[in-house]
Design a binder for this molecule. Sequence first.
Ligand code: SAH
Length: 341
Amino acid sequence: MNLFGLSRSELEQEAVSRGLPAFRGRQIYRWMYARGVDDFDTMTDLSRELRATLTDTAAIVRPTITSRHVSSDGTIKFLLRLEDAREVETVYIPDGERHTFCLSTQVGCPLKCTFCFSGTIRFERNLTPGEILGQFLLARSALPEPPARSNVVFMGMGEPLLNAEGVLKALEVLTDEEGFAVSPRRITVSTAGLVEEIERFVEKAPAVGLAISLHATTDDVRSRLMPINQKHSLKALMAAAKNLPLPRRRRITFEYVLLGGENDTPADARRLARLLEGVKAKVNVIAYNPWPGSPHVGSTREATDRFLGVLLNAGLTASLRRSRGDDVLAACGQLANQVTQ
Ligand code: SAH
């Protein structure tokens, strides 16, 4: 039985069901997550006998790192192998004092946004909570100096809200003081815009940051770029965004990748500003990261500046997300278990 991925209460229950006091579960929990231990013999506050029994009847199985690619900007892309030999990618992005871990939530992605490399590989399955937590633990421990404070973004492969159950369980351990102790304010979950799922998720995890991938300002363009828009229209999405019960001062991040000649005109920017009226929003304009065979081109420098200028003039908070790790296919939208030659 694999214990990795269980929450604190689940481990306590597991201990009790084995005829042990609940606090034994809690001890194992701390070893497993806070201290990153994966063999019972190291758990010196358990009796020798219990350690032996656990070794015989349970296991702590995490993904394994099969390769890593270091970008010239310091970004590291890890390829992780799962128990069933499937693979996912995890990215570490250093930025001065900021240390961000970008986690995957699915093997492949069923949404098939035209601009995203992850959509080109076959969707296989959701990741388990343990596989999500394992990415964070392994990437962090692989650094020469694990950062004292980490940011976590659910922006790797997959659509987090199609695996809400797995993500919510992972968040429980990620944010738990006795688990990984990451502040919810430093965590962002990014979604392509599944309306009911967003509403349900915010209710269950109100303290975690939410990002919505918008990328277009008309249903025509958005449905072409993001097939999911055929099911959840812009109108429905924006209405939901307006009414989300967000904590005070919390804003939704709207991601907008600029695609040359497709969604990057000043008229698009003005429509975007109008769409966001009445929404507690900030805009993250993203430079397009091309990948082998990608069907789009990025915006020119001028078009990008103009687009941002219109948003700022309209009084919006907007910034340009720099591309990180693109030389090793580690940037947004470049994760498809592929490496540059
Ligand atoms: N499925 C989720 C999270 C993964 S993608 C979502 O759609 O939000 C994280 C961000 O990178 C999303 O905003 C996504 O639209 C964006 N992205 C995808 N492909 C990209 C590319 N080629 N260049 C730049 N950003 C891209």
